[in-house]
Design a protein around this ligand. Structure first.
Ligand SMILES: [Zn+2]
Length: 771
């Protein structure tokens, strides 16, 4: 361990960076006066960034710890960043009235900081000053103030957290945690789980470092965690949005639930941990989360020693003053990208100039449908989508993770609004092809946590979101959870209640703990994804790949995606690979026809009332009464009957010219509304003349109106019924390749597998397909 001292020259942020050539190093900044951890960084590896808040004159000890490895020296820099404590920006939470979905989308286009808290008739927004309030009023939006001063609320909530932690040394959370984790707590928890349970936990580091130079970390949980077998993958994520602390807590607790449940012999957990793989990435947006969490941390610490004794709201403690001044940081949503080129990042830039100024919303930066009306193209707004699809390390990390694994189910956790959201994020897209199974799973999870199960767009239109990309690119089912209804990071007690289902909304349903079990069981359920299985050379590597273009919301702009996943055949020469369907949902949406549910009915005849019953009028558009006859036809329905089409036809001699219109019949059997089909040809040469029109998916009764244009003899009529066109789905394939342990690679076998299908495919000893 190496230590160095640092006297804080200003009130504000202190950031220490450490870089070594190898090994695992950790970094901490300690206040020597009271031992408080001012900042810490505990990621795996030799690069650490620790950033936190300290008052002016604090005597800080910066300590670097080598946990493993042989590098004997490391570079360390420590930099202070002043916070202007004389100027305090007041942040408010308001509830904006939005009676219609259209008004919700109008509100979203104002560029204000909308929360994910909305419901019938309202969306809540964060206002950063008078200009934001004016924008609401100028656009005729009525609002009420929900939280008049977020800093005052934060102070109270963190004081409540101190009391709660003192009262409950161990909570009902699987880890027993009783207070919000800081970023380094997540790193330490994941390291500890991997160290103490190497037979169940494998640490992973995502591919791209963030703008501030941090690693994004996760763990993979399964029996034989390091094997490359073909079990289906469940992905749990939190904190795409910096301020949404409970979303990271619940993702992390799910890891504890599985690992400790397995250790304790819980039968349900043991089954899931041995039949699936679980990847937990608790904090996707680590830069943003750290600045938000550390801003709250100072209130939490100060609450332990300073109080507002006279209750006038004024507290002279320097930690409270600094925490109040930097409190808007607590409500950071986006990542820390600075505007401009090259893309650099600094979460502390703009602390005194308003928080909406820089950063990209990682949950508007995914590629599918990127760039539409459900995000902002203007940089200083809270839903800024970034300059290009997947321009940000946070979304690119998740994309690369999912593209390299067969993730059959995922949950991306957010706060707050008590919602279980499923695609589509844009109303105009309509329901997905998997809506029945998607809705069933969403509804069943919502029954556990008491949230509303709904489409993403029902909050407001969104594009470039996690599951709109992941589902449409892979076919794996993805959900957004909006946890809780009390705020972005309410008192920690709420985290426990949302977990175990002791909120009023959950009503004993079991909370997110039980909802996550359903998602994990869905991951394991082969009827909800696809399976390839058979024999192959022992220990060969099988690879499934697919490359395709995906649409954005920008005319003419697409992006290329490649899925590339592998598994290793067992030493017994057998394999079973749980995969997503080969046809992507957007392609499957182009399917036609359907399966018949019965037989079409026999034809029905109808006939002219006889010569002279009408007079010729030569008027097809508005024939006067007396010029036409009406005939009522009822389409048979019921069990065993499937009349997908009704074709109406009248025939007559070429000497006559009859025309025909088909109307829906009203309750009295009379024509109503505009014609649903018609046929009005001119006089015909030949043995027989006719008019014919087809009604698709006919229901109920119809009136056939036969019009006498210029007829001299009667007609005969028939209605024939037909079943549906056969179901035809466009098929997309996986490209399967096989590499023997000797290094022989065979590729270009195209494999189609539908959702719910188990396909057998045997490969010879040299990896050729056995026919
Ligand atoms: Zn969010």
């Amino acid at each position: 361990m190496a230590k160095t001292r640092f006297a804080m020259p200003v009130a504000g942020w202190v950031t220490a960076r450490l870089g070594a050539t190898s090994g695992d190093w950790d970094l901490a900044i300690i206040d020597s006066a009271d031992g408080r951890v001012v900042a810490g960084s505990a990621s795996r590896g030799a690069t650490e960034v620790a950033s936190g808040l300290a008052t002016q004159g604090s005597n800080l000890v910066v300590q670097a710890c080598r946990r493993s490895g042989s590098a004997s020296t490391a570079n360390l820099t420590t930099v202070p960043t002043a916070v202007d404590t004389s100027h305090v920006q007041k942040v408010q939470l308001v509830r904006v009235s939005t009676p219609t979905l259209a008004r919700k989308n109008e509100l979203q286009r104002l560029g204000l900081d909308l929360t994910e808290h909305g419901g019938p008739g309202f969306v809540e927004a964060v206002l950063y000053g008078a200009a934001d309030a004016t924008r609401l009023v100028d656009n005729n939006f009525a609002y009420t103030v929900a939280v008049p001063d977020m800093a005052v609320q934060a102070r109270k909530e963190r004081a409540a957290d101190i009391k709660f932690a003192a009262a409950y040394p161990n909570t009902e959370l699987p880890s027993g945690r009783n207070i919000y984790r800081r970023l380094f707590d997540y790193s330490e928890d994941m390291k500890r789980l991997a160290r103490e349970h190497p037979d169940l936990v494998r640490p992973i580091t995502l591919n791209n470092q963030t703008y501030e130079g941090r690693s994004v970390e996760g763990i993979e949980i399964a029996t034989s965690p390091n094997a490359r077998d073909g079990r289906p993958v469940f992905l749990q994520m939190g904190a795409h949005h910096a301020r949404e602390w409970p979303s990271a807590e619940h993702a992390m607790e799910w890891a504890y639930e599985l690992v400790l449940g397995y250790r304790h012999g819980d039968a349900r957990v043991r089954d899931l941990v041995s039949t699936t793989r679980t990847i937990v990435v608790p904090v996707v947006n680590v830069d943003g989360f750290n600045v938000s969490r550390e801003a709250g941390e100072l209130f939490q610490h100060a609450a332990g020693h300073a109080t507002d004794a006279d209750g006038d709201g004024e507290i002279s403690d320097p930690e409270f003053i600094l925490a109040g001044a930097t409190s808007p940081n607590e409500y950071r949503r986006k990542n820390c990208r600075l505007l401009g080129d090259p893309p650099l990042g600094d979460c502390l830039a703009g602390v005194d100039t308003g928080l909406v100024g820089h950063g990209v919303d990682p949950n508007r930066n995914y590629g599918a449908f990127w760039g539409g009306a459900g995000s902002s193209g203007i940089a200083p707004t809270q839903t800024y989508r970034g300059p290009a699809p997947f321009s940000e390390p946070e979304s690119q990390n998740v994309r690369e993770l999912i593209s390299a694994r067969q993730v059959t189910t995922l949950i991306t956790n957010h706060t707050f609004s008590n919602l279980v959201l499923r695609p589509p994020g844009i109303a105009a897209q309509g329901a997905t092809v998997d809506e029945p199974i998607y809705k069933a799973l969403g509804d069943s999870m919502a029954a556990k946590n008491g949230y509303s199960s709904q489409f993403g767009y029902q909050l407001y239109d969104t594009d470039g979101t996690t599951e709109d990309w992941s589902y449409n690119a892979t076919g794996g089912l993805g959900f957004t959870f909006e946890i809780g209804k009390l705020g972005f990071h309410p008192p920690f007690e709420e985290v426990v209640k949302e977990w175990n289902g002791t909120t009023a909304a959950a009503n004993g349903g079991g909370g997110n703990r039980e909802a996550y079990y359903l998602a994990q069981q869905n991951t394991a359920d082969a009827s909800k994804h696809s399976v390839l299985a058979g024999r192959a050379p022992a220990n060969a590597i099988l690879r499934l790949t697919k490359t395709f273009d995906m649409p954005t919301s920008v005319e003419g702009l697409t992006f290329s995606d490649t899925l590339n996943t592998t598994m290793q055949v067992g030493s017994d020469g057998r394999y079973e690979w749980h995969v997503n369907p080969s046809t992507r949902p957007l392609i499957a949406k182009g399917s036609s026809g359907r399966e018949a549910t019965g037989d079409p009915s026999p034809p029905q005849q109808f006939a002219s009332n006889g010569p002279g019953s009408t007079v010729p009028c030569a008027d097809f558009e508005n024939p006067p009464e007396g010029c036409y006859e009406d005939h009522l036809i009822t389409v048979p329905s019921g069990a065993g009957i499937d009349n997908a089409k009704a074709t109406f036809r009248i025939e007559f001699t070429p000497a006559s010219d009859w025309d025909m219109k088909i109307y829906k019949a009203d309750a009295d059997g009379n024509a109503t509304g505009d014609p649903v089909a018609s046929s009005g040809n001119g006089a015909t040469n030949g043995a027989t003349a006719f008019e014919q029109a087809t009604v698709l998916d006919p229901v109920g009764s119809y009136v056939v109106r036969v019009i006498n244009w210029a007829a001299v003899d009667p007609w005969t009529g028939t209605v024939t019924f037909a079943g549906p066109d056969p179901f035809q789905a466009p098929e997309e394939t996986w490209t399967l390749s096989c590499e023997t342990p000797e290094g022989v690679t065979r590729s270009a076998r195209q494999v189609f597998v539908a959702r719910g299908e188990r396909r057998s495919l045997d490969l010879r000893g040299d990896c050729r397909v056995r026919r």
